[in-house]
Design a protein around this ligand. Structure first.
Ligand code: GDP
Length: 289
């Protein structure tokens, strides 16, 4: 799914989330563990203000676990609680309610002090398209999608989903836009498959993918494609293209005259990367910021 974001859409998305903030105690900001920079909304701090927040790095099954640990530490340093999960299998998803309650500890203590029986914490999942919001909601919900709540302030038709006894979620997540003024963000999201390839040129997407891959995972790339000449200069575009051509030759992507078919080669590289054939890959590390 690719949403065309125009200024009007962004304003509406922002207002929809800000309306929902009034109903909830905590925001669960969902990022793609492989691209935590590119999958982040550029205005998120401004939109959420001082609402308590738990950052969840989703699709961690596809990311390099060492880099994911670095991200968790980097967010912690900025004062954000952060947790890595895999919503497709449910790995560590059940820690979300526990962490949410821990963040809201003070609020819960105040309720207890006032003699109020603490209610379940209320949350909202927000994130850019394709980051896995629906998958996570379904995971957390199990069979617990509650009947339409008639609680004050809840939009008609809006439902709360019970994630265990400790957390309730609004059933419709907040959809945010990525920072697409930055061209590289578009390419990084396309590498993960979050943006449809037709929008961008496949050779360009693969170029940026290879650039990151050779820099961060040269040994894996060399082994997978049977190549042995790393780029002499990682920043030299001609050298990156040369590596792509080496891959193309190895895979028999040739056109008349023995030239490498870069388009076909690009398709192969991206397909294999997305299918996990190059192992678990993180395209962005905290030091890239
Ligand atoms: P939404 O647009 O944010 O609601 O994203 P979806 O929930 O529709 O997920 C987008 C795609 O990512 C789907 O193909 C999901 O199966 C996949 N997906 C979601 N979470 C994970 C995850 O943790 N790991 C993997 N490997 N795939 C996931």
């Amino acid at each position: 799914m690719t949403i065309q974001w125009f200024p009007g859409h962004m304003t509406r998305a922002r207002r929809q989330i800000q309306d929902k903030l009034k109903l909830i105690d905590i925001v669960i900001e969902l990022l793609d563990a492989r691209v935590p920079i590119s999958s982040r909304n550029p205005m998120i701090d401004e939109i959420l203000r001082d609402k308590p927040r738990l950052i969840v790095l989703n699709k961690s099954d596809l990311a390099d676990s060492r880099t994911t640990e670095q991200w968790i530490a980097a967010f912690a340093e900025e004062g954000h609680a952060c947790l890595a999960v895999d919503s497709s299998t449910g790995t560590r998803v059940n820690e979300i309610p526990v962490r949410a309650r821990a963040i809201l500890h003070a609020m819960i203590e105040r309720q207890i002090a006032k003699g109020i029986n603490p209610r379940a914490v209320r949350g909202l999942i927000v994130g850019i398209p394709n980051v896995g919001k629906s998958t996570l909601i379904n995971r957390l919900a199990g069979r617990n999608i509650a009947a339409t709540g008639d609680r004050p302030g809840v939009t008609k038709g809006q439902q709360w989903i019970k994630a265990g006894t400790e957390l309730e979620l609004l059933d419709t997540p907040g959809i945010l836009w990525p920072k697409f003024e930055d061209q590289l963000v578009g390419y990084r999201l396309a590498m993960t498959g979050a943006i449809r390839e037709q929008v961008l040129n496949v050779e360009d997407i693969a170029f940026f993918a290879v650039k990151v891959l050779v820099k961060r995972y040269w040994a894996t790339v060399a082994e997978r494609f049977g190549i042995d000449q790393p780029p002499k200069d990682m920043e030299d575009a001609d050298e990156i293209i040369r590596v792509m051509e080496d891959i193309g030759r190895k895979r028999g992507c040739l056109v008349s005259g023995g030239r490498v078919d870069l388009e076909k080669t690009s398709g192969i590289i991206l397909r294999e990367m997305r299918a996990g054939k190059l192992g678990r890959i993180s395209l962005e590390a905290p030091e890239d910021r």
